[in-house]
Design a protein around this ligand. Structure first.
Ligand code: PGA
Length: 249
């Protein structure tokens, strides 16, 4: 049975003391209220060791990784390094990695395979740009991204895959996909998983929505049948907002 998930993507935000403060507030809430969804945060890489060692209930993941296990890749972090501080979740293929750092679908797939091989749960981000949506190519683009990201991923590995549908035009823009637009794409993704694997795999895979989720729209979006939670950027930087979003379940 798939799980509901609320995950915060902190991106390149927060100073050290702010990251610890925010984390402590969220952890305090999750300890006292026992939310009915998994709660994750993806903090900046330098904060991972401190937060990982402080975490009792919140799950922590890296925002990016290299697909090689070690070597001459200045500035990169490997999955085995993340593993060595106790991490087992990783965000892969975020649209900012794709658009700003020119990460291709093929590199995303290499990272996914490396993550599964290293025993990680991979959160794979896919989503179309504004021009792709306005030219009605959104289903085609998302299908292609998903197909390539999951290439050579076995049926048994699918238990360690979470998909995040994040339309690029809705990320950090204040513009949200309507609950119907989200549902339509999530249903399409689930249908693809049925075709690629099986009905059972499709039903057991969590599909998150990301793109300007906030306390005022979370409940309606999460209420859609095929939306199993959210990947939250801006609103995850404010403890009150993030807690409200968690409480939407
Ligand atoms: P946003 O970001 O919530 O600020 O739109 C979402 C994301 O990039 O994961």
């Amino acid at each position: 049975m798939r799980k509901n998930i609320v995950a915060g993507n902190w991106k390149m935000n927060l100073l050290a003391h702010e990251a610890v403060e925010l984390f402590n507030e969220i952890q305090h809430f999750t300890l006292s209220e026992t939310p009915s969804c998994r709660v994750l945060v993806f903090p900046g890489t330098i904060y991972l060791p401190a937060l990982q060692s402080n975490s009792t209930i919140i799950e922590i993941g890296g925002q990016n990784c290299h697909f090689e296990s070690h070597g001459a890749f200045t500035g990169e972090v490997s999955l085995s390094q993340l593993r060595s501080i106790g991490l087992s979740k990783i965000l892969i293929g975020h649209s900012e990695r794709r658009s700003i750092f020119h990460e291709t679908d093929q590199e995303t797939n290499k990272k996914v395979l490396a993550a599964l091989n290293a025993g990680f749960e991979a959160f794979i981000c896919i989503g179309e740009s504004l021009s792709e949506r306005t030219s009605q190519k959104h289903f085609e683009i998302v299908s292609e991204q998903l197909n390539i990201a999951l290439s050579e991923v076995s049926e048994s590995d699918m238990k360690n895959i979470v998909i995040a549908y994040e339309p690029v035009w809705a990320i950090g823009t204040g513009e949200t996909a309507s609950p119907e637009q989200a549902q339509e794409m999530h249903q399409h993704i689930r249908q693809m998983l049925t075709e690629l694997y099986s009905e059972e795999i499709a039903q057991n895979t969590s599909i998150l929505y990301g793109g300007s989720v906030k306390p005022s729209n979370a409940k309606e979006i999460f209420g859609k049948e095929d939306v199993d939670g959210g990947l939250i950027g801006g609103a995850s930087l404010n403890a009150g907002d993030f807690i409200e979003i968690i409480s939407s379940f």
